[in-house]
Design a protein around this ligand. Sequence first.
Ligand code: COA
Length: 375
Amino acid sequence: MTVNVAENKGLEDVVVGPSSISSIIDDVLTYRGYSIDDLTENASCFEEIVHLLWYGRLPVQSELVALRDAIVAGAIIPVPVLGWMATVSRDANPMDVLRTAVSMLGLYDPQRDENTAEANLSKAIRLQGQIAALVAAFERVREGLQPLDARPGETLAWNFLYMMTGKEPDALSVKAFERALILHADHEFNASTFAARQTASTLSDMHSAITSAIGTLKGPLHGGANTAVMQMLQEVGTAENAEPWIKDALAKKKKIMGFGHRVYENGDPRAKHLRAMSKELAVRTGEPKWYEMSITIDDVVKREKGLLTNVDFYSASTYHYLGIPGDQFTPIFAVSRLSGWAAHVMEQLANNRLIRPRAEYTGPGHQVFVPIQAR
Ligand code: COA
């Protein structure tokens, strides 16, 4: 018997399987039952969330330090991958570089041919550090600089900002980045996570699943939206130009990036935290224009179209204030979401069955083959 859900285009509202990792119920996002608001306000660092996602519970201090240090220790990029990166065109899309580099990591992983729960946890720990190191390394390489090593004793957020900018980050930048990482860590069966689970369900390997996920995250309807928001802010240019620019775009039926969501009805609960971070950074940098432009766009789109911001909207100005180039925003999303992807791959494999849905066939029927000479 087949169940036909074809009228739910894009699988809207279709529940495709169980998960105990994160949930969205009545517009409240939780990771393992903790609300995202609670975690964002109170977690000391992103690694607490990584522990929560992978081990199913919050760490005690010794466990947190052990995980933090294991991630930093694993943040080593194999020499051949770095050598390849040096050959990549400097104007390459950093998401394409990341997708290819993560795939290459699979070739050099010491547990390449193992797909046990223990091996996958070890791979996840290595990948968590390596993905941050890869994103930062490409930034350095394309600027003609040497990649930097992660510094033991510091968190992934601290290390990422350090490896990317070459400067020791200040406390406010680290706080903003920790929060951004926490907010992007997981989001139940979003498109890239589902891609990762589907790949894992064939009993392929962790690196293949993460590579599938990165390719899926790249699109502007998903993770690529934060880069697109920055492009929009740059085009808009000033807070005064925001209202006419948005009205013109809406009149032309253009989609405004960073607005709307498939699942949330009354707004994405992650957006307000990033809005607050953007405001705090605007004050600190003395360059309020990016925040002011953002709140004007937020107001106009809400008024004109009834659409609310999603996680990608205020993450754009937040990352810009941290000195990160716009095309690196989606790779940063991947640095955080690696934690969720890996948790889902492990959950899928713990109770696996091949994911193989059916299609509603809409093509012609009863065709009779005509040999090529007679066509
Ligand atoms: N700007 C303008 N109109 C939008 C819109 C946006 N950001 N998001 C949705 N809409 C409109 C659509 O044009 C459509 O209108 P119509 O019925 O008159 O054609 C309606 O709202 C439904 O949109 P649809 O694209 O079918 O919704 P969806 O559930 O398939 O898509 C998103 C959800 C997130 C893909 C969609 O809101 C979007 O494209 N947003 C911009 C990209 C983005 O920020 N992505 C990151 C998501 S976290």
